[in-house]
Design a protein around this ligand. Structure first.
Ligand code: SAH
Ligand code: SF4
Length: 374
């Protein structure tokens, strides 16, 4: 059976090479080629013995999800639509800034949690992504960005992606094992070598898995709060009925015990007339008073059939001022890649149009592969 090497973590690679009668150090070599070099062809793995490479050509592949589309916005934000299975597509977004390059990745096709303001939630849940589909997004993006830098004349481009945020489609903590395997590859010095603080998992607040993440791999934690009271949060985020604010805040405090010098990032999407009133700001201040944190205000990204509208710029500024005046650190997220529908956290874009567009593109791509004229 053919093995996709991107589906294997470091231990999986050891088992694969020893199972093929090779010495375990070959796994380390493979790890370097795959996840440091972002190499996609066995022929380029020049320090591997010839017969080992022959075995790989025969029994293994390196396969990231296929690219359905690739678009770059005026501000440099780049979005890939990737095919995962016949009817599903996910999105990966690269956001270049002067001092960093951030990749926003997806963990599920769709999402079961049905937050009222989220177009991914409106799609419903399709399935969890496998390890190869999660780490494949980083592998693919890093490889492509490096190749483009080479083509633009940079003979030896360094690492292009310095930060990863799990803020694409899906709830990362509900695909826990694959997400943790991907995180470990991201942090592994023999693979991507990213620092723990430069990798952020965003969750809607799945309390038991916040604790498990703290034990397994305490990367930076972002929590989608979006409401300062249970009454409001129950309404816009159904998961709050299962894990109410008191439990969520307690989990955040426990998380910080594992990474005492860190703080939690609370995301707060600004919904006009819903959670952006003065009393909401005051309730938020009270809720967060004694927890080391930053608040990131996210202007709502509208989509067709959304029941919400974006708060005005003045309202967002006034809301931020109230938080700051009370001693909280509050920032407002810049909207990026608007012209290609790539704002991070709103990746499903215009969902009805997109679903049809994905189907069309996937159909066209399959026809092309099968040699059917279009
Ligand atoms: N499921 C995880 C991670 C993916 S969503 C979570 O909920 O945290 C990433 C972020 O984008 C979350 O904070 C989410 O609430 C936010 N988001 C979702 N829909 C949005 C929209 N229409 N406009 C702005 N932010 C949105
Ligand atoms: Fe799922 Fe996050 Fe969207 Fe809620 S905001 S539906 S948890 S992806």
């Amino acid at each position: 059976m053919t093995v996709n090497l991107l589906d294997l973590d470091a231990q999986g690679l050891v088992e694969f090479v020893t199972g093929a009668g090779q010495k375990p150090f070959r796994a380390r070599q493979l790890l370097h080629w795959l996840h440091q070099g972002c190499v996609g062809e066995f022929a380029q793995m020049t320090d591997l013995a010839r017969e080992f490479r022959d075995m790989l050509e025969r029994d293994a592949v390196i396969r990231a999800p296929a690219v359905v589309s690739d678009s770059t916005a005026a501000d440099g934000t780049r979005k890939w639509l990737l095919q995962v299975g016949t009817a599903n597509a996910i999105e990966t977004v690269f956001i270049p800034e002067t001092d960093r390059g951030t990749l926003c990745i997806s963990t599920q096709a769709g999402c079961a949690l049905d937050c009222g303001f989220c177009s991914t939630g409106k799609q419903g849940f399709n399935r969890n992504l496998g390890l190869g589909e999660i780490i494949g997004q980083l592998w693919w993006a890093e490889r492509t960005l490096r190749a483009d830098a080479c083509a633009a004349g940079d003979a030896q481009p360094g690492r292009m992606i310095s930060n990863v945020v799990f803020m694409g489609m899906g709830e990362p903590l509900l695909n826990f094992d694959n997400v943790v395997s991907a995180l470990r590859l991201m942090l592994d010095d023999h693979a991507y070598g990213l620092s723990r603080r430069r990798v952020t998992v965003s969750t809607s607040g799945i309390v038991p898995f916040i604790d498990r993440l703290a034990e397994a791999c305490p990367v930076s934690l972002a929590v989608s709060l979006h409401a300062p009271t249970d009454a409001l949060r129950d309404r816009i985020m159904p998961i709050n009925r299962k894990y109410p604010l008191r439990d969520l805040m307690a989990a955040c405090r426990r998380y910080l015990r594992h990474s005492p010098r860190d703080s939690i990032m609370f995301e707060y999407v600004m919904l006009a007339g819903v959670n952006d009133r003065d009393e909401d700001a005051q309730a938020l201040v009270a809720l967060l008073r004694d927890i080391p944190c930053k608040v990131n205000l996210i202007p709502f990204n509208p989509f067709p059939a959304a029941d919400f509208a974006r708060s005005s710029r003045d309202t967002i500024r006034h809301f931020a001022e109230q938080l700051t005046a009370a001693g909280l650190i509050a920032t407002t997220r810049k909207t990026r890649g608007d012209d290609i529908d790539a704002a991070c956290g709103q990746l499903a874009g215009r969902i009805e149009d997109r679903t049809r567009r994905v189907e069309r593109l996937v159909r066209r791509e399959s026809a092309r592969v099968a040699g059917v004229p279009q």
